[in-house]
Design a protein around this ligand. Structure first.
Ligand SMILES: Nc1ncnc2c1ncn2[C@@H]1O[C@H](COP(=O)(O)OP(=O)(O)OP(=O)(O)O)[C@@H](O)[C@H]1O
Length: 951
């Protein structure tokens, strides 16, 4: 925001107050309460009015005019939300009474990561990133709306690996706001990556808050020494003093930021959870996006895996299911427990529906706990707590009364929360009326019988009201006036109104208040006294109920952990039931989870594509590393050429399928088949059933993908560079327990570079890494690797080509295919017929190494002239050099026969008529054993030969 101008500095009154408060905060905007309105002034008013479509008026102060834009007090929330969701931080200055009028102070700074007013079911994370060394980070994430608080330590073998992992975690939590620690905030590349790769707002929170001493103190004060110790963050060994506990530093910074912004929800942050990356499947940012877990590549939620499988009926259930999907697990006991739960729900349709119908009435207890802690929960919110707590025994009964559910881990889930404590809190909340008002200051919140004093006030109030309600009848009788009524309004209070025709009958005890057109208004001493009594009672009732309500709400806030544990149990049931619903409706099966690493899928389908397509199921067989002889597969950075010794130490025995080279026509379903393998593995590792007739899934430690070309150009990065970065990340990170999906790696560069890279990457993955890998490619050269590298096998997606038409069969068969049918796809895509025909012709000639005429071209340059009337020029495209050899050089008559000019066709070189250097090169070419030379080596040699020939 601009510096304070001279006129601003002189501003007094409201505007002056606004400007001096504005100077106190580094928030983007300040909004200040002025009576019943919240107002923005000056530049803030203009910008905000523009953003939110508000009206700007002018406020004059000290001879200058200031723009002003405001919203009524009760309308601030939606406007605030809009600003914060666009990444702005907004300071709120509230007005309070003082002895001599009122004053204002900043009570809260609302930021993207501390917005409590969210109505979205999604988690809303605030993250802190601390770097203690290039290879070591601490990451903390907190959701102020639910009280979730997680920390982890992230390390890597080198700085790049550690940074990649930090981003994997950040991407997983998708934070709304990130607080970079002191080291990270000076690293422009790191910050740029946050800006590019996430939607988070970056906030520079005071560096002191990250300091080990202060952070440890904050964390201990919040969670207690024992909690710290129980999650392995104990600092008794002095670790934090030696600057060595980055998790605590991140946690401390988060807590101090929540405090500083005045969010006031620390009471709902009851549990610190430290998690290890090892518990979860590594899913890097690219993979999460490529697999379209929560959004499609186009950024839509519809059509994502989550959108497809989500049948939850509550917001917490939805949040939890999404979290499972984004953080699949490796530990079999947890996965089997979840699987047992899903299976039980799948088998007991009736009980499952009873549970889901009951859950349908549940509110978001975690969010309500945060609202109670913040002090913003009203009586209706506490009523929601009561109603939701009341569902726990109902759900527990539904589980207990079904033989299948009661024998399953679902029984443990419903008994995990402290049901007695939940019942006690529910009883306390019975104090609330059944239909309380939305405000907490005007009474009407409590049932009778809760508080004696309140009951007495209510009795007297009712009695006074009864007296008033019957006053008109009494007065009519006493005075004989027919047109008489008793009523109340703001200016006159209670009054007796008499029609003009009968004012003559009005007794002396009536005091006239005012005359209206057709009537007169009166009061009496008795009425005045009753009126005062009623006002007194109403005021006292409001005060007393507000006080009692405050106590009740505090009692709820104190039991935030109970609400969270009940909320969590209900969310788990909802998420598991949702998985069961999807499994039953779509004929999914429970996968057998093993530690063998093998992946066997019978009649597998793609979980999303099967919903919209007549899907052709396919089998998949891949062998895990643990199934093979123990071989030393420690990663090394040098990728040796394939050699017999490699073959001995490489990925396993003959016939083993560790690495599948997937070929097939364009559009035949290669990507779908590979993603299907990744998604089935991932679903199995969240505890879900999978789309197949049967499946055995050996748990993986990571899923890595390099799929398709992403639209990175918008971010100013070359697509090929991104492709290589992603490949590099995979080659560094994957292990023999990982699943790797590579789709057309190398496609983004010159053909021979591409083939060479793909070839070398295949060797490296097969020889050194040993991960299960699926590699789709159009480079048919790679299919020969199956004969040369153990564990590597070819599969192809079948297509039927008869009468010149291609039919995609979509079935996967062993062995390579030798065609890519790209021209057929061009035809399907509506490329003009002459171009399609001509492509067929060129392709045939290329394959047969025939000369190709350049239509409409000029001799030797292969192009240029339009019209095609001139004599066709004959050229040969030399696959070796990637160049045309045109005109007379081309040789041949274009009607078949082998071209003698291609540098690969050694036999046709006439060694008698050439110089000794050429002869030597020809000899070298002859002696080269192609079966024992890697493409890179071959390229080097060809380059050397070319240089010698050109000299
Ligand atoms: N098993 C299947 N059953 C039915 N439809 C399928 C199947 N597999 C793929 N498809 C459909 O075929 C289309 C092409 O699939 P996909 O993108 O996987 O092909 P591809 O071989 O990877 O293509 P390209 O080589 O051009 O990248 C998709 O629209 C997909 O929905």
């Amino acid at each position: 925001m601009a510096a304070v101008s001279e006129a601003d500095a002189e501003a007094t009154g409201i505007v002056g107050e606004f400007l001096s408060l504005k100077a106190e905060t580094d928030a983007d905007f300040l909004v200040m309460q002025v009576g019943d309105f919240y107002e923005f002034f000056g530049e803030d008013a203009e910008t905000v009015a523009d953003l939110l479509d508000l009206k700007v008026s002018q406020k004059s102060s000290h001879g200058s005019n200031y723009p002003m834009a405001g919203v009524p007090v009760d309308k601030l929330t939606p406007h605030l939300k809009q600003l914060v969701e666009r990444g702005y931080r907004v300071a709120i200055a509230d007005q309070y009474e003082t002895d001599d009028g009122h004053a204002r102070e900043i009570t809260r700074v609302v930021t993207p990561g501390t917005l409590l007013e969210t109505t979205d079911a999604d988690a809303q994370y605030l993250a802190a990133v601390v770097r203690v060394s290039p290879e070591r980070y601490g990451l903390g994430v907190a959701d102020v709306t639910t009280g979730r608080f997680l920390v982890t330590e992230v390390t890597g073998e080198d700085a790049d690996a550690a940074t990649d992992r930090v981003f994997t975690e950040l991407y997983r939590f998708d934070p709304a706001e990130v607080l970079p620690g002191p080291e990270v905030r000076n690293d422009d590349a790191f910050l740029d990556r946050i800006r590019e790769r996430t939607d988070a707002t970056l906030t520079l929170h005071q560096a002191d808050a990250f300091a080990p001493g202060r952070a440890t103190h904050e964390t201990k004060a919040q969670f207690g020494q024992e909690t710290l110790a129980s999650v392995g963050l104990d600092d008794t060994a002095g670790a934090s003093r030696r600057n060595e506990n980055p998790q605590v530093q991140a946690a401390g910074a988060l807590l101090s930021y929540v405090e500083e912004t005045g969010t006031g929800v620390k009471a709902s942050m009851t549990r610190l959870q430290s998690y290890e990356g090892d518990d979860h499947v590594s899913l890097d940012a690219t993979t999460q996006r490529n697999l379209e877990l929560t959004e499609t590549m186009q950024g839509d939620r519809d059509g994502s895996l989550f959108d497809t499988i989500d049948h939850t009926v509550t917001s917490p259930g939805k949040r939890l299911l999404k979290e499972w999907l984004q953080r699949p697990r490796q530990d079999l006991p947890t996965l089997r427990r979840r699987g047992d739960g899903v299976a039980a729900f799948a088998d007991s349709a009736l009980a499952r529906e009873t549970v889901r119908e009951t859950l349908d009435g549940a509110y978001d207890l975690e969010r309500l706990a945060s609202k109670a802690a913040h002090g913003s929960a009203d009586a209706r919110d506490l009523l929601r707590v009561r109603e939701t707590l009341a569902l726990l025994p109902e759900v527990a009964d539904a589980v207990a009364s079904d033989p299948t559910l009661s024998e399953s881990p679902l029984a443990e889930i419903v008994t995990r929360p402290d049901r007695e404590a939940a019942a006690a809190l529910r009883d306390e909340l019975d104090a609330l009326a059944d239909d309380p008002p939305g405000t907490v200051t005007e009474g009407g919140l409590f049932r009778r019988g809760y508080d004696d004093e309140l009951d007495e006030i209510i009795d007297r109030h009712e009695e006074a009201e009864e007296w008033l309600a019957t006053l008109d009848d009494r007065e009519k009788r006493k005075t004989g006036i027919g047109h008489l009524q008793v009523d109340r309004n703001k200016t006159d209070g209670y009054y007796i109104q008499v029609g003009n025709s009968e004012t003559g009958k009005v007794p002396d005890r009536y005091d006239r208040l005012k005359s209206l057109k057709n009537s007169e208004r009166y009061t009496t001493d008795e009425l005045d006294e009753r009126e005062r009594q009623i006002f007194r009672l109403e005021e006292r009732r409001g005060e007393l109920e507000y006080e009692l309500f405050g106590d009740l709400r505090e009692g709820v806030a104190e039991r935030a952990d109970l609400l969270q544990s009940v909320g969590r149990a209900l969310a788990e049931l909802d998420a598991l039931a949702s998985l069961a619903v999807h499994a039953v409706e779509n004929d999914w099966v429970r996968p057998e989870l093993t530690e063998s690493g093998d992946l066997r899928i019978d009649a597998g389908r793609h979980p999303v594509v099967e919903r919209t397509t007549e899907f052709v199921p396919n089998d998949l067989r891949m062998d895990g590393a643990r199934a093979s002889s123990s071989s030393d597969r420690t990663a090394s950075s040098s990728a040796p050429a394939t050699s017999p010794s490699d073959r001995e130490s490489a990925a396993g025995r003959d016939g083993e399928r560790r690495f599948l080279v997937v070929t097939g026509p364009n559009m035949s379903g290669k990507s779908t088949y590979m993603r299907q393998a990744a998604l089935i593995t991932l679903l199995a590792q969240i505890g879900s059933f999978v789309p197949a007739d049967a499946a055995e899934v050996g748990v993986v430690d990571g899923i890595y993908t390099r799929v398709g070309a992403l639209d990175e150009l918008a971010q100013g990065r070359s697509t090929f560079m991104v492709e290589m970065q992603e490949l590099s990340n995979i080659l560094h990170s994957a292990t023999e327990d990982s699943l790797v999906i590579l789709d057309e790696v190398g496609r983004g560069t010159a053909t021979y570079d591409g083939i060479s890279i793909a070839w070398a990457a295949t060797e490296y993955l097969a020889n050194q890494v040993g991960s299960k890998t699926l590699f789709a490619t159009h480079y048919h050269e790679l299919t020969s690797l199956a004969d040369r590298l153990p564990g590597v096998q070819n599969v192809h997606i079948a297509a039927d080509e008869s009468d010149g038409d291609v039919t995609f069969l979509r079935t996967v068969e062993d062995g390579p295919t030798n065609r890519s049918y790209g021209i057929h796809v061009a035809d399907l895509a509506g490329v003009p017929e002459p171009v399609v025909e001509r492509s067929r012709d060129v392709l045939r000639r290329l394959r047969e190494d025939e000369a190709i005429d350049v239509r409409g071209g000029q001799s030797g340059d292969g192009g240029g002239q339009r019209g095609g009337e001139s004599d066709p020029q004959q050229v040969v495209f030399d696959l070796g050099s990637g160049q045309f050899r045109g005109g007379d050089d081309a040789g041949g008559d274009g009607a078949g026969g082998s071209d003698d000019a291609g540098s690969v066709d050694v036999e046709s070189v006439d060694t008698q008529s050439v110089d000794p250097e050429t002869e030597a090169v020809a000899e070298a070419v002859k002696d080269t054993d192609l079966s024992d030379t890697s493409p890179i080596e071959l390229m080097n040699r060809v380059q050397e030969w070319q240089e010698r020939l050109r000299e």
